[in-house]
Design a protein around this ligand. Structure first.
Ligand SMILES: [Zn+2]
Length: 337
């Protein structure tokens, strides 16, 4: 049994047909976790769809009515890059409810993983890049509305920049921090150009491949624009730097970690060069930083388009393993009844 919960529903499957986005990955991750005895049935919580009131904390009434009525324009549907159907709307509502549940549960257990979600390209008024609704923005706003948290941080390690997240939450009050462009000194991230100052109520960090979708990258509180082919060592150094910098500037009550599997070297939509082992170390680094600062962390999965789907599934399952290792109760810790 894991020392935290996983959120999953068989209805997380996205009915998008033959697609580079393997929507069966959620089921395959759950099966792998059970088969390898990393998790058992009792570790899983079943989500409910996000309420319309919660969805409207992030999205415009017009966007929602278009989704509910099926009245997206052909251009809007094209931009979403997934075929519209009412069933697809239901699936995104369920992933969003899963992120709300995972955020609530993280406040209780220090960590919770939604085996879904991470739809960071959804904007308040439109969807794009396989994302219809911004699940973890909905979760943050829902918890804030109920007074459960006031300040949150997003840590987005998908290979693609979190443009929807940045558009929804804006940047720190003192302006964006763009980590300096790649200087050719691997492993030695620079501090030049960093500005310090309190953020607004949500501090956004995105580490991504600069030369990739989205072309237009609205400013996050910290954007780390990585060069093509960036490998494990350099990536982990930049992540460490961004986390330290973010947590120096801002004290969140919840971290939303977007654990994209697409920085993997064999990803079809990514141009970074991380190994499966490097990606697990990435997860450990985020969990260790959150734990060291005593900040609960909820996880969403986001993208993953490896040549072999079993690699995408292994990378996501490793995120659960990494959390289990970091959040393992200390040996000899008393068990409470
Ligand atoms: Zn991605």
């Amino acid at each position: 049994m894991l020392p935290f919960k996983l959120v999953y529903s068989e209805k997380y499957y996205l009915p998008i047909g033959e697609h580079i986005f393997r929507a069966d990955k959620y089921r395959l991750i759950r099966e792998l976790l059970l088969r390898q005895h990393v998790a058992d049935e009792s570790d899983f919580l079943l989500p409910q769809p996000a309420s319309q009131a919660d969805v409207l904390l992030v999205h415009s009434p017009l966007h929602i009515s278009k989704l509910m009525e099926g009245s997206l324009s052909p251009r809007e549907e094209l931009e979403m890059e997934v075929p519209y159907s009412p069933r697809l709307v239901d699936a995104f509502l369920l992933h969003s409810g899963g992120s709300v549940l995972a955020a609530e549960q993280a406040l209780k257990d220090q960590v919770c993983i939604n085996v879904g979600g991470g739809f960071h390209h959804a904007f308040p008024d439109h969807g794009e890049g396989f994302c219809m609704l911004h699940d973890f923005a909905i979760a943050i706003r829902s918890l804030q509305k109920r007074g459960l948290i006031s300040r949150a941080m997003t840590v987005d390690c998908d290979v693609h920049q979190g443009n929807g997240t940045a558009a929804i939450f804006g940047t720190a009050a003192h302006g964006p921090n763009v980590l300096p462009s790649w200087s050719g000194s691997p492993g030695a991230p620079q501090q030049d150009g960093m500005t310090n100052g309190p953020g607004n109520d949500v501090f956004t960090i995105s580490l991504h491949q600069e030369n990739n979708y989205p072309v237009v990258k609205p400013a996050s509180s910290i954007d780390v624009n990585l060069p093509d082919g960036c490998g494990d060592v350099e990536y982990l150094a930049w992540l460490d730097n961004a986390l330290s910098s973010g947590l120096r500037q801002f004290a969140p009550e919840l971290i939303c970690y977007v654990a994209g599997a697409d920085p993997f070297c064999e990803d079809q939509l990514g141009g970074l060069d991380l190994t499966i082992e490097g990606l697990k170390r990435r997860d450990e680094l985020v969990f260790r930083a959150a734990r060291a600062h005593d900040v609960p962390v909820m996880v969403t999965l986001a993208g993953g388009y490896a040549n072999r789907v079993q690699d995408t599934v292994a990378i996501h399952a490793n995120t659960v393993l990494a959390a289990a290792e970091v959040y393992q109760p200390a040996p000899g810790a008393a068990h409470t009844a």
